[in-house]
Design a protein around this ligand. Structure first.
Ligand code: DGL
Length: 279
């Protein structure tokens, strides 16, 4: 069992690749005082088309790595990992590793926000095949808002486009329109669409362009950031274990030059990444 002897440590933020940077930006805007370690498993992204067992194993390796760096709290800034690995890690692994540490995901805070946005309870969900097929959003919505309907549309081409920095060209427009049309064909009363993948905000302007203007498009960053703020307020015992120097370290399993160049574009900020190995 791991314990850090009461020392303070950064908050860990994990994603399969660049997508979690969209969550990290909002978290740092709302909670700039804390230290963060961002870990992108770019070498093994995308996760969205992988099996449950693989996503679970890769995510657990990443969480364990962040715990080894001292992190007491890890946010899975990835819907696929939240959908396919979070529950098993919370229930099966944490009790053995260290019951005082926490791993949180992005699905619950997103679903909680729906009631203040939708007028008719018809919710569209855009996500990776893994997230859509897991049924995690449908189950979470059913728990909180049993009268709502969730219509899921898998968008398998979007993450590869983003990971390769192809966020604005003819091909991107083609694939954005294709999946939005398929979603709206399921029910044209949908009034709220969840961007249920942390990579998708990087396509936000194009998605917005192809989505009818009366439909609300919901990004997760601000919701997750506010929910983390609320969590830390309600859990002073965890808050006290999060160090506060306003720093952020970037780790990637891919080449550090590639990550640094692409993340700098996505974050609109200059960063330096370090390459690590998982597994
Ligand atoms: N960013 C991730 C998500 O929110 C996963 C993308 C992927 O690796 O397929 O689902």
């Amino acid at each position: 069992m791991q314990q850090n002897g009461g020392k303070q440590a950064p908050i860990g933020i994990f994603d399969s690749g660049y997508g979690g940077l969209t969550i990290l930006s909002d978290i740092r805007r709302v909670l700039p005082q804390y230290d963060y370690i961002y870990l992108g498993d770019n070498a093994r992204a995308p996760y969205g088309t992988r099996s449950f067992e693989i996503v679970y194993r890769f995510t657990l390796e990443a969480v364990q790595y962040l715990f080894d760096q001292g992190c007491q709290l890890v946010i899975l800034a990835c819907n696929t990992a939240s959908a396919k690995a979070l529950r098993s890690i919370q229930q099966k692994d944490l009790p053995h590793i260290d019951p005082s540490r926490r791993v949180l995901g992005v699905i619950r805070p997103t679903v909680e926000a729906l009631s203040s946005i939708t007028h008719n309870g018809n919710i569209g969900l855009l996500g990776t095949p893994g997230t859509i097929n897991s049924g995690s959003y449908t189950a979470e919505v059913a728990k909180l808002y049993p009268s709502y309907n969730v219509y899921g549309q898998a968008c398998p081409m979007w993450v590869p486009l983003i990971e390769n920095n192809e966020t604005n060209n003819e091909g991107t427009h083609y694939f954005v329109k294709k999946y939005i049309d398929a979603l709206l064909e399921q029910n044209n009363l949908i009034d709220t669409v969840i961007l249920g993948c942390t990579h998708y905000p990087l396509l936000y302007p194009i998605i917005r362009e192809h989505l009818p203007s009366h439909i609300h498009l919901l990004s997760q960053g601000a919701l997750v950031a506010e929910s983390l703020k609320d969590y830390l307020m309600r859990h002073p015992e965890m808050e006290q274990r999060c160090s506060q120097n306003g720093s952020c370290i970037y780790l990637t399993t891919e080449s550090e030059k590639k990550f640094t160049d692409t993340a700098t574009l996505f974050l609109n900020d200059t960063i330096t990444a370090r390459q690590i190995e998982l597994g």
